[in-house]
Design a protein around this ligand. Structure first.
Ligand code: ARG
Length: 747
């Protein structure tokens, strides 16, 4: 699952971090502790590797084949995971993780989104400025360097400031003058802290991607669902300086010689086979309280669903009408559609699986435990109260705050773009004490250099319609008194005709076209910027945002404090339980097995799908279900090379591993340390899994490594890549009885 939250939540300073108690199969474990906490269990489940082969700081181990992908957010966050699969730095990740790179290289003439892309030699590999690949060098428990410095009397704001200061010092020491990127992360709601040291490579090139009709087969209809038939993979390569160190993009760079790479399994995958998944899960909230569940269902999810739904509706009209727009908008559309469906599913799951009641029960037990002892009462007596009060306060501002952000500042691209000019605006203010000419010059240069990037995937008519639709939505949802001042203009001068207002903005704003903004930047004038209609929207909605974010931030601090106490209390209450920290974009390992499930009464879902299912789903009239002619031909001829099992081409499979957004592209590794597939999704019946893990229902959807090999080899003919891989074949032919071939799979 791809991590999309980052951008939404980065806006607000506080993230509620909670924790999870370990249930069977639940748990995104820190590799550093696997030897102590999980290794025996893993061995019992079938693992053949030693603990050192899994995680070692001094020797190469599995961890050295795992990569966090980021575009600007490393070392604090990774949007996807990738794994090294050759001794020349070749990487596998998901198609939807590589999609924005594929999209950036696409045009009507070279439509890699539709046709796929394959570099038949290293020279043809495509560079991706901004994309980075990070390896974890080591991690360290730094709790004892932070917690003792924090007195209980500190306010939450002072506590955060102190943690930041202490972390900064630790980071500085570990960076070794820029050799590493380092971050310190909070665990268990701020009760523990760990430091992570990374080596980050900045030259990551696109090597291959199947057409969307394979890599995104089933589209948004099948997204988040099983049975699935998607070849969700892309291939990249990491390049390093000639000495192996990270370097800026350059033709002098060479393919990375990695410390470890994963062999690829071409063996059959059977029910109950051991499976572990490594990667960078972005965030879970497993012990979110009933108050938090309520907030998600009634406040947060509905806003996202409504705003994203509106955006998608507007964009789709323009995308369907023009192939060029379809390419420009493909990546942002996919991201928004993915989040939109996630929140619909999460809201549904929270209700259907009665997560609120489950949380309430935990809280009642907690309260009983606290009240049984005076010392506990003094320590934890207020925990749930803080949380309750915090959410009551958040509730008062959430609507005006989120609409200001999602429909105002970040709604249309024109306002997102105009925000980049805030610094210039303040530097150009009339009558400063001292005019900082140097800063003005460098700000202008920087703004000039980002013009092309902004306008590359911008389409004025679609953005104009988005602005009109989102301002209308803002207006419809927020009481008049809470609306920013720009709505007075829309009422007075445009009679609340949002289309007319949007037309006015795009006709008059310097941000509307590349030419206008280029002109402006050759001789920037304060007045022009200050009076610009798009910039007016930014200024006005920003004021609103600031007004409500004060309450929001204060309340979030109260909630965080409550959570921290609640978590500490719960751990004290259950001293024998092994706790697993919530995901927070740090490297984790989850282990479990290949497994089917029963999604509803009388329905059984088998644990794998086959190419026959792709053919069954084919619908040439629906672009989500088009099957490429070449794939049909291979299917008809049963030309599967060495990748089929008993004459059947497997496509996807299920495991009961515990993953979330950020794990997309993660390797699914068998008992011998070989790649058996790539994780790419969660399932519809358990979409509330980030908040409450559902052992009976929750599954990870993976693309079978054999399907990946088949597409690279037989579909794309990229033998150059196949030759690079270490493919491990079956030593004996798979016993037919083991494979659970259903009559429906028989071709
Ligand atoms: N749901 C997947 C995730 O969050 C993304 C799947 C992408 N596929 C698609 N059809 N949009 O990682």
């Amino acid at each position: 699952m791809k991590k999309f939250w980052l951008s939404i939540f980065m806006l607000f300073a506080f993230v509620i971090s909670t924790f999870a108690t370990a249930l069977p199969d639940e748990g995104m474990w820190l590799p550093m502790f696997v030897k102590r906490l999980n290794y025996v269990d893993m061995q019992k489940m079938g693992l053949h590797l030693t603990a050192e082969e899994i995680y070692s700081v001094n020797h190469s181990s599995l961890k050295d084949a795992i990569v966090g992908l980021a575009s600007g957010s490393a070392p604090d966050g990774y949007f996807c995971t990738a794994e090294v699969v050759s001794d020349q730095g070749l990487l596998f990740t998901n198609h939807h993780c590589g999609f924005s790179s594929v999209q950036k290289h696409s045009s009507v003439e070279h439509d890699y989104i539709t046709d796929g892309f394959w570099a038949m030699s290293k020279k043809e590999e495509l560079k991706n400025p901004g994309l980075t690949a990070s390896f974890l060098v080591r991690m360290e428990d730094v709790t004892s360097k932070i917690i003792p410095e924090l007195s209980d009397t500190l306010s939450e704001a002072d506590r955060s400031a102190k943690i930041k200061k202490l972390s900064k010092k630790l980071i500085k020491e570990a960076e070794e003058d820029g050799k590493y990127l380092v971050t310190v992360k909070s665990f268990f709601g701020g009760n523990e802290f760990y430091m992570f040291v990374y080596q980050t490579y900045k030259d990551v090139r696109l090597v291959g991607a199947p057409p969307s009709a394979i890599g995104k087969f089933g589209g948004d209809t099948d997204n988040w669902m099983w049975p699935r038939h998607t070849g969700d993979f892309t291939v990249f390569r990491i390049y390093s300086a000639p000495d192996g160190s990270p370097a800026e993009i350059s033709d002098k760079n060479i393919p990375l010689k990695p410390k470890h790479h994963l062999p690829i399994s071409n063996k059959s995958i059977k029910k109950n086979d051991f499976a572990m998944i490594w990667g960078y899960p972005g965030g879970t909230q497993r012990f979110l309280t009933s108050y938090g569940v309520n907030y998600n269902i009634n406040d947060f999810a509905p806003i996202i669903i409504e705003v994203f739904g509106k955006k998608l509706e507007v964009w789709k009209k323009f995308m369907d009408a023009d192939h060029n727009v379809k390419i420009k908008y493909a990546s942002k559309y996919a991201g928004a559609a993915n989040a939109w469906k996630l929140f619909i599913g999460q809201k549904r799951g929270l209700k259907k699986l009665k997560v609120y009641d489950k949380k309430l029960k935990i809280e009642n037990d907690f309260t009983k435990w606290v009240n049984a002892d005076e010392a506990r009462k003094a320590k934890y007596g207020e925990a749930l109260n803080y949380i309750k009060k915090g959410y009551e306060e958040v509730d008062k501002v959430i609507n005006p705050l989120f609409f200001a952000s999602l429909c105002g500042l970040r709604g249309a691209e024109i306002t997102q773009y105009a925000q980049n000019f805030n610094q210039l605006h303040s530097l150009l203010k009339p009558k400063p004490k001292k005019r900082n000419k140097e800063a003005i010059k460098s700000t202008i240069e920087q703004l000039k250099s980002s013009i092309d990037k902004h306008f590359k995937d911008y389409y004025l008519p679609a953005d104009r319609a988005t602005l009109a639709a989102l301002l209308q939505l803002y207006y419809n949802n927020i009481p008049k008194n809470d609306l920013p001042s720009v709505f007075n203009i829309i009422e007075k001068d445009f009679n609340n005709d949002f289309n007319a207002y949007a037309n006015f903005v795009y006709e008059n704003s310097i941000f509307a076209t590349k030419d206008k903004i280029t002109d402006f930047l050759t001789k920037p004038k304060y007045k022009v910027l200050d009076k610009d209609p798009a910039y007016k929207i930014v200024q006005s909605t920003f004021k609103s945002l600031m007004k409500y974010s004060k309450t929001y931030n204060l309340s979030m601090r109260t909630i965080n404090k409550g959570n921290r106490l609640f978590i500490a209390g719960l751990r004290e209450m259950n001293p024998d339980k092994v706790y697993c920290p919530d995901a927070n974009s740090t490297m984790r390992l989850t282990y479990g097995k290949v497994l089917d499930y029963y999604p509803a009464d009388a329905i059984h879902y088998n644990y794998f799908t086959t190419l026959k299912g792709v053919m069954e789903k084919e619908d040439p009239k629906n672009d989500e279900f088009i099957v490429p002619a070449k794939l049909k031909e291979l299917y008809n001829k049963k030309d599967y090379g060495p990748y089929a099992e008993n004459g059947v081409m497997h496509v996807c499979f299920l495991t009961n591993n515990d993953i979330t957004g950020g794990n997309s592209g993660s390797p699914v590794i068998n008992a011998d340390g070989e790649l058996m597939g790539l994780a790419f999704d969660g399932n519809w019946e358990a979409m509330s899994g980030d908040i409450a893990f559902e052992p009976e229902l929750q599954r990870t959807i993976c693309v079978d490594a054999r399907y990946v090999l088949f597409i690279i080899d037989k579909y794309a003919g990229a033998k150059n890549l196949i030759d690079e891989l270490d493919i491990v074949n079956e030593t004996t032919s798979p016993a037919k009885a083991n494979v659970e071939l259903h009559p429906a799979n028989v071709e």
